[in-house]
Unconditional design. Sequence first.
Length: 256
Amino acid sequence: MSASGSPAPLTLSVDCGGGGIKAAVLDAAGTAHAPAVRVPTPYPLSPELLVDTVAGLARDLPPADRVSLGMPGMIRHGVVIHTPHYITRTGPRSRIDPELRELWSGFDARAALEGRLGVPVLVLNDAEIHGAGVVAGTGLELVLTLGTGLGSAHFDGGRVAPHLELSHAPVRRGTTYDAYIGEIERHRLGDGLWSRRVARVVDGLRPVFLWDRLYIGGGNSRRITQAVLDRLGDEVVIVPNSAALVGGARAWDLFG
């Protein structure tokens, strides 16, 4: 019996981004049991403040039986190996705070959230959570999320593969994917020129993965121009950013 009295468990799904943290409580079918809530990502953001923020969002939502949290960076078994934005002083692309970097390195986010919320917790890379909401479970499926930077995850037969931080790889002249198609460059270039960069990234990654299906999501996926959408290929699917919250519920079937 779930926290609401229904037979299926309810999941508190939390999507942590560089600019905002969103949460919703969903059933196994992905139906929200209350409107989603969102707060701006607070900076400077220590691990303790992230736990406090998630606990605050949980208080504003119906009780849940379990929690799924997606956050940027390299996460292994619920432990933060590296996170790009939360180690900065005032947010993405600002100066790195050495003390925050030390606090986040090796932080057991799953244990901290389970201790605070008192329910089982999954902590994964945010693109993996996003992918859980959209993958069909057949073949090689790549998920790219366009937001503050570039998120990525890939699945083989519905099983998530070991995470690769593609966002940190150089795409040209030492420029990383994060910097090349992140929000700052979209704002500087405008949607048209930025969309052409997205197409170059897709074309460059296609021979690397030889995917059966590519899903492009994240808050900026809707900014891709129609001209670029028309040339991406039939195996490329644009998915809504809401998939990140739906994926939190489905992640327990895939990864739990």
